[in-house]
Design a protein around this ligand. Structure first.
Ligand code: AMP
Ligand code: ZN
Length: 458
């Protein structure tokens, strides 16, 4: 078994992954807040999580994967003040917060299916484990880590020595000026809410009794509770977007480790964002692109997956329609080349070794895709062996290449198409137009890319 290396945010170094139990991965990913449609930035995150999971499976691991569904408690500030995003959506849509959660959870699962992610072992809703969240607060209270203000129960970060250890953040640099202004009762800038009281004069759909009063859990709590309830503490791997390092994940660590005096997770992996020119794509800005918007432009969601894989997870993607279209053309060409190969072949061991080395090296998907193209051009491999090798890689890449039907294009048609391409390259437009028409009459269409073409049946 080859080692897997990943950049652990706890140490800020690339490390060899060591599981708690041999050949088993316990894996937690911070899931969506289900108050609006997921955007393609979110989908990048879940595609990369899927690649990580598939990479472990390819290496012979058994994977237990949990994704939480944030259906309560995530406030518009992403901190301790502002409206609950669910309650805000309820005003926007005139439904109950429960219906909003149900609707957007279904939309999220549908989009995940469209980009071919393997569902997690379990999705767990924050509202499904309120009792356990209250228990964790009680434990922290017994241990002296909490205090009460007029709007909730807070975690006192000055009592937890290692606060801020994830990503070795500089606490004085944390931009919490606004947070302090909003709540002068907090003892330290970095303290965070464990339980929020339902605001007076606000009619909340989601609220529960607790030993401290009616309210709802602080946003960070659900991840601590859902992860350890399902995976144990510590578990192997926790992932999230990079924006979660300074606050959300340091808070998860503080409350879980203060309560149980042992690490929450051994490895933390943070994924870069997909941005628009204006900055991070976010639901709250209202300016976002969804999988549905891609379909409206006739772009296959799997082409978006291919687009995501072209960039390493630790690098930001600056989204543009042109770049996505270029990736979609490349993906079509790949599908086409696979569709031309008939017969069963064998996996080429050299390429497979190279592929595993690339994937196990911090999930290097751009390198893995480069090997796919190298194989297709490699004259030393038989066509069926090329296909067998690439289909094996696709267990990790997840581009559904095994679903592509073989299309038989007669040699005479291929010859005509090549003649047309050469005429086009020579800028003999009359000849290339004529040949295109001839091909059409015979029932075949030509689609040109920058440096190649595809033949399809009419
Ligand atoms: P949310 O639904 O906004 O709570 O986010 C769900 C997951 O998507 C989180 O782990 C975020 O870090 C991640 N995420 C949010 N926005 C982006 C983005 N623009 N690019 C990549 N990942 C994102
Ligand atoms: Zn989380």
């Amino acid at each position: 078994m080859k080692p897997i290396y990943l950049t652990n945010t706890l140490t800020k170094r690339k490390e060899e992954f060591k599981p708690i139990k041999a050949k088993r991965l316990t894996f937690y990913s911070c899931g969506p807040t289900v108050y609006d449609y997921p955007h393609i930035g979110n989908m990048r995150f879940f595609i990369v999580n899927d690649i990580i999971k598939r990479a472990f499976l390819y290496n012979g691991y058994k994977v237990k994967h949990i994704i939480n569904l944030t259906d309560v408690g995530h406030l518009t500030s992403n901190a301790d003040f502002g409206e609950d995003k669910m309650e805000k959506a309820k005003q926007r849509e005139g439904k109950t917060a429960w219906d909003i959660a149900k609707f957007y959870t279904a939309a999220f699962k549908h989009d995940c299916q469209q980009v071919n992610t393997i569902p997690p072992t379990k999705y767990v809703k924050a509202t499904s484990c309120i009792k356990e969240q209250i228990k964790l607060i009680e434990l922290l209270e017994q241990k002296g880590f909490t205090y009460q203000t007029s709007d909730g129960i807070y975690f006192d970060t000055s009592k937890y020595q290692d606060y801020g250890k994830l990503g070795k953040i500089n606490l004085t640099n944390i931009q919490t000026g606004a947070r302090v202004e909003m709540n002068r009762e907090k003892k330290n800038k970095t303290d965070f809410a464990l339980w929020k009281f339902s605001p007076k004069n606000v009619n909340r759909d989601m609220e529960w009794r607790s030993p401290w009063g009616i309210g709802f859990p602080g946003w960070h709590l659900e991840c601590s509770v859902i992860s350890t309830k399902n995976l144990g503490q510590p578990f192997d791997l926790h992932t999230g977007g990079i924006e979660h390092i300074p606050i959300h994940h340091n808070n998860e660590i503080a409350q879980s480790e203060a309560a149980y005096n042992k690490p929450l997770a051994n490895f933390w992996l943070h994924l870069e964002h997909l941005n628009l020119a204006s900055g991070k794509m976010s639901k709250s800005s209202g300016d976002f692109i969804t999988i549905h918007s891609l379909l409206e432009k006739n772009i296959d969601p799997l082409a978006f997956r291919y687009f995501v894989l072209q960039t390493h997870y630790a690098k930001r993607i600056l989204f543009s329609w042109e770049a996505l279209q270029a990736a979609a053309n490349g993906f079509k060409n790949l599908q086409y080349q696979i569709s031309q190969i008939k017969g069963k072949g064998k996996i080429n061991q050299d390429y497979q070794n190279k592929f595993i080395t690339a994937i196990n090296d911090n999930f290097n998907t751009p390198q893995a895709l480069a090997f796919v193209w190298e194989i297709l051009k490699d004259q030393k491999l038989t066509e069926p062996d090329k296909k067998a090798t690439i289909l094996s890689f696709d267990k990790v890449l997840g581009l559904k290449l095994d679903k592509i039907k073989t299309i038989k294009i007669p040699t005479a048609i291929k010859t005509l198409a090549e003649e047309r391409w050469q005429a086009k390259v020579a800028k003999d437009w009359n000849k290339s137009d004529q040949l295109r028409k001839d091909l059409e009459k015979k029932g075949y269409l030509i689609e040109d890319n920058i440096d190649s073409y595809i033949i399809t049946k009419k």
